[in-house]
Design a protein around this ligand. Sequence first.
Ligand code: CTP
Ligand code: CA
Length: 224
Amino acid sequence: QNDILSKLPLKGKKVLITAGPTYEAIDPVRFIGNHSSGKMGFSIANAAANLGAEVYLISGPSHQKINHSLVKRIDVVSAEEMYKASHTYFKDVDIAILSAAVADYKPKNVANQKIKKTEAALEIELTPTKDILASLGKIKKQQFLVGFALETNNEIENAKSKLKRKNLDAIVLNSLQDKGAGFATDTNKITIIDKDFNEKSFELKSKKEVATDIINEIIKKINA
Ligand code: CTP
Ligand code: CA
């Protein structure tokens, strides 16, 4: 049994993964969120654990389930909570893959009581959330740091500038150009760009297969 385990390529490695959306409270019963299912991040967690990694899966609200002895699931709700949990685990990991669809803005003030409706228009002032990925890029040491990019135009250029700006080792570009990629679907079409701007494009595949491709590319780059 030990022989089999020791041959797994991620045996002894620790991997941090963020997944799902974040919810930013408006009042005790309402929030700002998005349609991320968490499927991509959970699939990556599963793929990494299957190769022997010890996985910390930090997830926003999601219906996804995971049952793997090597995966520790940490549930969070807001971007701030995800930021704190990510920093708690980041120091010790070898790889961090940030696939969460973190809200870019949150209500500046959260009402203590449910906001009552009136005839007047309602304005909610928003303030930026912390960029978790960029903050980890600033403090990274041994960690191989991977981000995602979702773009609708100038995809490759925008992804490359995100990669540099956030000090990443690689970025996974989610192509929306093909139907069947993105939030609500079970499939994705990705291009992986590394810090030397090498690009590798993959076919439209199930998120499970995409997760395996991502993990395999990371293993190749770490061992190169
Ligand atoms: N990300 C993060 N914390 C945030 C916002 C984004 O960690 N507050 C991470 C995402 O998990 C993803 C990457 O940053 O890995 C890129 O997210 P994306 O939304 O594509 O980019 P942004 O930098 O938020 O820029 P924009 O939404 O304007 O394109
Ligand atoms: Ca964003």
